[in-house]
Unconditional design. Structure first.
Length: 216
């Protein structure tokens, strides 16, 4: 999904800047946290979550952004990322991602408000056989596979309503960023990102959450 060349430069990405830090360095990683406007759990809608991650994981995005890990929660997004091209700063990429996904949100909002239908996780999931479970768990633990949201039971999922989609804004104006300083810092941030769904009690194991990924 192209978005870097089709949209104007964002006007608010400079709220995600650390004074004196070189965001264009291809050797640095930064942990970003982006929250939805008023912390509305709009990404509890599976369709919006899917198209948002599709844009994040598109070939064009990954050609510019060095994405190390991500976790899309119902009301916020965690990213551990850097840049592949030193001519483009990371806050610029994040800002354009926000702009593009806001347009995706507008389109999905119109569908939900008109139909009053939200794509929520399944309440009942068909169980796999023991042998299938072993193969799947091995793949999940190595981050070689990701569960589809239709095939996993997500507990304590937010009570999402069509009214949550009436507001025009998707993202809060201010986000949070943290420059990764060393290997211990990297490990701690990776652990924080992938454990978010467990702490929220959506899943019992981080590998079972369908909107988390670790890229090597």
């Amino acid at each position: 999904m192209p978005f870097f060349n089709d949209l104007p430069d964002p006007r608010r990405y400079n709220s995600l800047r650390l004074l004196g830090y070189d965001y264009s360095s291809p050797f640095k990683l930064v942990a970003f946290s982006l929250a939805t406007d008023q912390r509305r759990p709009v990404f509890a809608d599976l369709r919006l979550a899917k198209i948002t991650l599709t844009s994040l994981l598109s070939e064009q995005t990954l050609s510019l952004m060095k994405l190390r890990a991500f976790c899309l929660m119902p009301d916020h997004l965690h990213l551990l990322a850097g840049v592949n091209n030193p001519e483009v700063e990371l806050p610029t990429l994040i800002g354009r991602f926000e702009s593009y996904t806001t347009q995706l949100y507008w389109k999905r909002s119109r569908e939900i408000v008109e139909s009053r239908e939200i794509a929520l996780p399944s309440q009942e999931v068909e169980r796999s056989t023991a042998s299938e479970n072993r193969e799947l768990i091995d793949a999940l633990m190595g981050w070689r596979a990701t569960l589809r949201p239709e095939l996993v039971q997500l507990k304590n999922w937010p009570n999402l309503k069509p009214e949550h989609f009436l507001r025009k804004k998707l993202w809060q104006k201010r986000g949070f960023d943290h420059v990764i300083r060393n290997d211990d810092d990297l490990e701690n941030n990776l652990d924080y990102i992938i454990m978010n769904p467990v702490k929220a009690e959506y899943v019992s194991n981080p590998h079972f959450y369908p909107f988390t990924g670790v890229l090597y």
